[in-house]
Write a protein that binds this ligand. Structure first.
Ligand code: ATP
Ligand code: MG
Length: 638
């Protein structure tokens, strides 16, 4: 068994209490199915190859024969179910009135047989249509997810995560409803309505007209009202439950603040209001359903009674002797009355399907917009695969702004020689992280160019660039899984020894020794069970393991105590041997150690040079240094 209980069981963030013995067998079987990520045959490209726009028709085209198959099955079921009322007519006219008992037996046999076949076909249909729908959803989810993996960083900050989640859940859900029931039913119900009208017309034209001209419009109006009201109502219910959940989530994750600021009462009132809104929303839809179902029942019965009464008058008029061979027979009347509710069924279904079709179509539109969004950092055709990067970095007149706002960096030029380290210092929000992100090609500059080993970043394959770049971001992110999984993230093939030596390099081997399961200890979501400093150390170990040619540390040691930091710095000194490093640090002690220091300020590089140069220059850096010295006076300075 591969590391069970470290990775999966803590998904809900609950303490892991072991797998109950009765579930062990199933668990083992599940583990057997774990994919081996090294062997999965999956091609991933940064370029979007399929230029075809996403539309319902394009998406369904490869499945057209299966869709036809589904349609055939649905049509068969509907037709078989219509046999019943017709058999009633036969039973009355050819069996009961002429007192021919054998006809009754035949009718019974055929009816029962048809119900059996209908049951069988409909079971098969449900399975077939359900599977087809699931297959389509599977393809769609993977397609959208793969596209998300391809999009650039700017997309994920601009587009709210919540909206993306909505794309992946409710939009795909709407489409799934449309595909699983909608399309097939739309055709099937239309067919069934036509069948029914045909049969009814063959029974009696006047009665059919009554149904079509008087009863159908009333039913149609009622159903349209109900579907509109309930669509609005259900949307409201969904929004209200989302409010309840987000309130719950917020107060649970902020529990520490809630307790320390005594906000419990306020929180309860707040939550009570949200839960109350949710209850009201549900009551509203329940009331609408109640009105609708009793009103339809009323219309249904009233129509049946009117049909029977008018039908009786017609019968008296044209066939008073109840001749079973007559133009209108008793059997036809009873069968007709029996068909009234069958007639309403497709009408109601079609109104519902219309709504479903509309929301499915809206979902298709939104998804096709998403799928048509190109990555803003796009790989060019036939990119250069750069191997053994030296790490010589040049920025030439780089100007960059996020979206349409004022440029963060304007006309910046900089040369970082291979193997040298540079540190960026400067005020908060000046653009230090931005500069580092440009070098890592998370964004492309608006003007100017960035060269690595004299290749423009735009010409390089993104994969080869990133595989030789180690980035430790300002807010390290830990994934679900064990500590080992998280460190190994940068290099899946690393052995336990390599992982352990990376841990040693950043000085977390003590921490790991202290943990009950060592390297296999799960770090909870976002690493909330580790301290911020420990998280940064893990992120550093992750970067160490990938042995990058260029290392970018963005405040990577800001939450680490000075003692551990100086330990890491010694380790860094050995890691940085022969590698290019970009170090962003607010702490001067860290920044000072770089070969060159650049002060990022006022949209550009205000000062650049060695520590000594900048002190001599007596500018921003010298002032920073002085403040720091003054603050640290009396305390130890190493
Ligand atoms: N994704 C983004 N979209 C829009 N604006 C952004 C984005 N990221 C950063 N900014 C803005 O760009 C400016 C530079 O940000 P950056 O993160 O580079 O600053 P920094 O120098 O790293 O600051 P700090 O020292 O606080 O880390 C800031 O004004 C910030 O608000
Ligand atoms: Mg920053």
């Amino acid at each position: 068994m591969k590391g069970f209980g470290t990775k999966h069981s803590t998904a809900a963030g609950l303490p892991f209490a072991g797998i109950p013995p009765e579930m062990m067998g199933k668990t083992n079987a599940l583990m057997q199915d774990e994919p081996d990520f090294n062997n999965l045959e999956l091609e991933f490209s940064h370029r979007t190859d399929d230029q075809e726009t996403f539309s319902l028709l394009n998406f369904l085209a490869p499945y057209k024969y299966r869709m036809l198959g589904a349609l055939g099955l649905v049509g068969t079921t509907e037709a078989l179910l219509l046999l019943g009322p017709y058999l009633i007519k036969v039973a009355i006219d050819d069996g009961i009135i002429p007192k021919d008992f054998s006809v009754l037996i035949w009718v019974a046999v055929i009816w029962i047989a048809s119900l059996f076949v209908a049951g069988f076909v409909s079971g098969f249909r449900q399975r077939y249509v359900g599977r087809l729908g699931q297959l389509l959803m599977y393809e769609l989810r993977i397609r959208v997810f793969a596209h998300l993996q391809r999009l650039s960083l700017d997309f994920f900050t601009e587009e709210k995560a919540g909206r993306l989640m909505a794309r992946m859940t409710s939009d795909i859900e709407a489409l799934s409803n449309l595909l699983q029931n909608g399309l097939v039913n739309l055709v099937a119900q239309t067919l069934s309505l036509l069948f029914i009208i045909g049969i009814l017309l063959s029974f009696n034209v006047e009665l059919t007209l009554i149904l079509l001209i008087i009863a159908a419009p009333i039913m149609l109006a009622m159903t349209t009202w109900f579907k509109t009201v309930s669509a609005k109502g259900y949307e409201n219910v969904r929004n209200r439950i989302a409010d309840v959940l987000s309130d719950l989530q917020e107060s649970l994750s902020g529990m520490r603040l809630v307790i320390s600021f005594n906000r419990m009462k306020h929180n309860i009132i707040n939550h009570r209001n949200r839960v109350g809104d949710y209850r009201n929303a549900n009551n509203y839809t329940a009331r609408a359903s109640a009105i609708y179902s009793s009103a339809t029942m009323f219309v249904d019965s009233a129509t049946t009674i009117i049909i029977l009464a008018v039908g009786y008058l017609i019968l008296l008029d044209i066939n008073p002797t109840l001749d079973p061979q007559g133009a209108f027979t008793l059997g036809a009347l009873v069968a007709f009355a029996n068909m009234v509710s069958r007639f309403f069924k497709p009408i109601n279904a079609l109104v519902g399907l219309y709504n479903e079709f509309q929301s499915g179509n809206a979902a298709v539109l939104k998804l096709s917009n998403l799928l048509a969004t190109p990555p803003s950092v796009e790989e060019k055709e036939d990119p250069i695969e750069i191997e053994d990067m030296r790490g010589d970095i040049k920025l030439q007149n780089v100007t960059f702004s996020y979206g349409a706002s004022e440029p963060v960096l304007r006309n910046v030029s900089l040369h970082i020689e291979a193997g040298k380290s540079i540190s960026f210092v400067g005020p908060t929000g000046a653009g230090k992280s931005t500069l580092a992100k440009l070098i890592a090609r998370f964004y492309d500059p608006n003007e100017g160019g960035i060269l690595i080993d004299d290749h423009n970043l735009l010409d390089l394959s993104i994969k080869s660039l990133h595989s030789q770049l180690g980035v430790v971001p300002q807010e390290p992110f830990l994934f679900h899984g064990s500590i080992k999984d998280n460190i190994r993230f940068s290099n899946i093939d690393a052995t336990d020894e390599e992982i352990m030596s990376a841990c040693k390099a950043v000085g977390i081997e003590d921490l790991i020794d202290r943990l009950p399961q060592g390297l296999d200890t799960p770090c909870h979501e976002r690493g909330s069970s580790l301290s911020s400093g420990e998280r940064q150390l893990l992120a550093l170990a992750r970067a160490f393991l990938s042995k990058p040619r260029v290392l970018i540390l963005d405040e990577a040691t800001s939450n680490i105590d000075q003692q551990s930091e100086s330990k890491i710095e010694r380790a860094l000194d050995s890691l940085l041997q022969g590698r290019t490093a970009i170090i962003i640090a607010h702490r001067l002690a860290t920044a000072m150690r770089a070969d060159i220091i650049a002060v990022i300020k006022d949209q550009g590089i205000a000062e650049i040079g060695s520590h000594k140069d900048l002190i001599d220059k007596d500018g921003y850096y010298a002032e920073m240094y002085e403040t720091w010295i003054r603050q640290n006076k009396g305390t130890t300075l190493d």
